[in-house]
Design a protein around this ligand. Sequence first.
Ligand code: C2E
Ligand code: CA
Ligand code: CA
Length: 459
Amino acid sequence: MVRLAGGEIPADLRPLRMRLQSEPRRQKVAVILKLAGVACISLGLAWTLCYVFFGRYELSVVFIGLTGVGMLALHRSRRSDSSSLLLVAHGVFAVVCAIAVIDAPMAWVPRSAHLFLLPLAAGAAFTFERRERYGALIFPLLCIAAFAAFAMGALDPLAPNVSPPLEVRAWGAKLNTTTSMLLLATLFAINRIDSGKRLRLERELSRAVRNGEIEVYYQPQVRDHDIVSGAEALVRWRHPSGRLLSPDAFIDLAEESNLICEIGLEVLRQACETLSHWSADPRTQALRIAVNISPVQMQDPSLVHSVSTIIREAGIEPSLLEFELTESALATDTATVIERMEALASSGTSWALDDFGTGYSSLATLRTLPVGKLKIDRQFLIEATRQESAQQLLGKIIEISHVMGMCALAEGVETPDQRELLIQLGCDHFQGYLFARPMSRKELDVWLDTSAAPSKPRL
Ligand code: C2E
Ligand code: CA
Ligand code: CA
């Protein structure tokens, strides 16, 4: 059963209802990996057969390698993360360089395999995000440097003295040139369309706050097994098309364009309105709201002033507000970030460290932060249900948070078994689909009311 925080509320029965990289990006990476997989496998097999046919078995090895990279790309398309993309990009780079060494110019046939380094460079520059410096900048530069080295013939002394017949090579050079240039042109076209869409989205997003399109959804947080202690405020965008967009579709863009500062404050404003609305009812007046603060907002010198003004104007009790910050926010200008956290904490609000365990903050840094809660990333819970060692790690994280005088909240609790495991490990704050999905304020009010009905199933 789930109860409302605040001692005077009787224990009521509540209903039971059951995402880390952004979803559009995952889909884009999955498509790229699948395409790369199919292209590498078909080209690899075709050239392996060709070289075997002409009895150049030793040269077919690199094309078997190309097939291998293709299979790796298909396998990794299920994970669709940046590290898979980088791994496959390096695999393609290594194989293309090996093929380009073999493909040294002979008589009237020029080298052509190295041309594939150009679409590889462009593909990486367009696909990796600006903040992924290695993938978006250093790797493309490496491809261009290798391209220049092959074009100048710098690696020709490494070429073996075996080659398929000149006619086959001449035919291959035409095919390589056409394919690589078509690939390059396609990448530029896709990038142009992509940038157009991004610009349009950015323009629309810049008007979203003014047009009242920013909505806040709330996901209940539960403590001591069954007491609703409050909710996390999660932003949604009611796009002019009528679709309700989840943060995955626009937070990255909002952060890159700094619009997140304006959007974040709007979320805070609405969260304060909800707190003010709840304060009138003794059953809800003790509920707290957690508001996400982006690392970009932490770099804004006017943050403390703007946040304090909103809280003061709303007339709410500051201790009912909690701010959530990810470890990545501490990566730049840690001292200023901590100073701003402290300034806000001194007004009575509290801080939670979000997605804990996914960043690199040291325990020493953690001790210096004015943080009262660690939100353990969902991935730890998923792994803890599969592996004994991951379970022990989860237990230690909960223990560490308690030793440091903080409480631990497990995110993404989806099943009763996960909840039981967490209780056994000493965790007493939970959030996840098991309790409720994020919902509008109206729906939350109904949820809070109806879940008090004794006919609803117990958690
Ligand atoms: P987050 O802060 O880690 O928020 C939790 C996300 O996990 C939410 O996705 C929530 O719907 C989802 N979730 C909750 N329980 C479960 C579960 O049991 N299973 C699964 N699979 N997922 C669960 P949402 O609302 O799409 O938000 C995604 C991210 O967008 C948030 O992750 C946060 O980083 C960011 N975000 C959301 N609202 C804001 C905001 O107002 N400001 C800023 N700066 N970022 C925000
Ligand atoms: Ca959060
Ligand atoms: Ca989180």
